[in-house]
Design a protein around this ligand. Structure first.
Ligand SMILES: NC(=O)C1=CN([C@@H]2O[C@H](COP(=O)(O)OP(=O)(O)OC[C@H]3O[C@@H](n4cnc5c(N)ncnc54)[C@H](O)[C@@H]3O)[C@@H](O)[C@H]2O)C=CC1
Ligand SMILES: O=C(O)[C@@H]1CCC=N1
Length: 305
């Protein structure tokens, strides 16, 4: 595989699982001129979810194996419990000799590199990179972490960095951090939407029209985030600068502390982290797939398909 450091990518790129994350990753690449839709292949079982992609100019199929035959790089973008079925479909709908030396990039929560490599070992020379990312990729503000598998090569890493750096930040981390990164970066946007919605509700309660209230809340969160990232100053110091003695803010902060907001957010990140760890231990995500496309679960002596 060629490794360009600038300019458009030459590879054909496939997405197995044409959902929210496939769109976020692909749109980021297209918007930044890294690829155009003629290089994009997408597969999924439901016709309805492929219509959008064809309208953009991507090629679509219901057969994961046909996609894998065509492309150089395969993004795995299905839900974690669907992975065995999706991989089994690659085996069943392809000629294995045509799936040689492909790079698989997985964004699945709670699916380890070992599980991925195990399930893909029927395809000669497969390489894996595990990624955790988030939906703000869509607006160029993604937060991505990656960890290469055992046989991933420098070009694979360079490619992953290029794809995710055009749409935000991207860092190499040890795989042991993946559950915690899922807890903050993967799930975190939902926690913050909740904050924005609640701030907006508070403003609406006090007479601000909804549309204006949501814009004020979102811009305030954006501004606070930029302050943290661009000044590099401690969050406590930044908070103190907003809190005047006997002022409005400290009254609000007191209420948040009374309601245990910090502990609630810590608990939320911890719960999401634990769930990711739990997923990696479930039978579905530990399942492997034989060369013939049979799904083998660790709990069963016989294949279930
Ligand atoms: N949504 C998020 O914010 C994030 C999600 N992730 C991970 O990304 C993955 C995808 O998540 P979403 O895009 O949100 O899910 P989604 O539900 O939007 O997309 C999944 C797609 O897979 C398709 N699919 C189902 N069975 C299939 C099969 N056998 N073969 C091919 N395609 C199949 C579905 O029809 C659907 O279009 C998950 O594993 C999740 O853990 C990671 C980071 C953030
Ligand atoms: O909720 C989930 O399982 C996925 C993984 C990270 C964000 N969304």
């Amino acid at each position: 595989m060629s490794s360009e450091n600038s300019g458009p990518l030459s590879q054909k790129i496939g997405f197995i699982g044409p959902g929210n994350m496939a769109k976020a990753i692909c749109e980021g690449m297209v918007r930044q001129g890294l690829v155009d839709y003629s290089q994009i292949y997408v597969s999924g079982p439901h016709e309805k979810s492929l219509v959008y992609w064809r309208a953009q100019g991507a090629k679509t199929t219901h057969q994961n194996g046909k996609l894998a035959e065509e492309v150089d790089v395969i993004f795995l973008c299905v839900k974690p419990h669907v992975l065995p079925e999706a991989i089994a479909d690659i085996y069943k709908t392809s000629s294995p000799y045509r799936i040689v030396g492909k790079l698989f990039i997985s964004i699945l929560a709670g699916v380890t590199i070992a599980a991925l490599e195990n399930t893909l070992m029927g395809f000669e020379g497969s390489r894996v990179v595990r990624v955790m990312t988030n939906t703000p990729l869509m607006v160029g503000e993604g937060c991505t972490a990656y960890c290469p598998g055992q046989v991933a090569i420098d070009e694979d890493i360079a490619l992953v960095r290029r794809i995710f750096e055009v749409s935000g930040v991207c860092n190499l981390v040890p795989e042991s951090m993946f559950d915690a990164i899922c807890g903050i970066a993967g799930s975190g946007p939902a926690f913050i939407y909740l904050v924005i919605e609640a701030l907006s509700d508070g403003a609406v309660k006090n007479g601000i029209p909804r549309e204006m209230a949501t814009k004020l809340a979102a811009q305030t969160v954006l501004g606070a985030s930029k302050m943290v990232l661009e000044t590099g100053r401690h969050t406590g110091t930044l908070k103190d600068e907003v809190c005047s003695p006997s002022g409005t803010t400290i009254s609000g902060v007191h209420v948040l502390e009374q309601h245990g907001v910090r502990a609630a957010f810590m608990d939320a990140v911890e719960a999401a982290t634990s769930r990711s760890a739990e997923l990696s231990k479930t039978k579905e995500t530990k399942t492997s797939v034989s060369r013939h496309g049979s799904i083998k679960t660790p709990m069963m002596s016989k294949p279930v398909l």
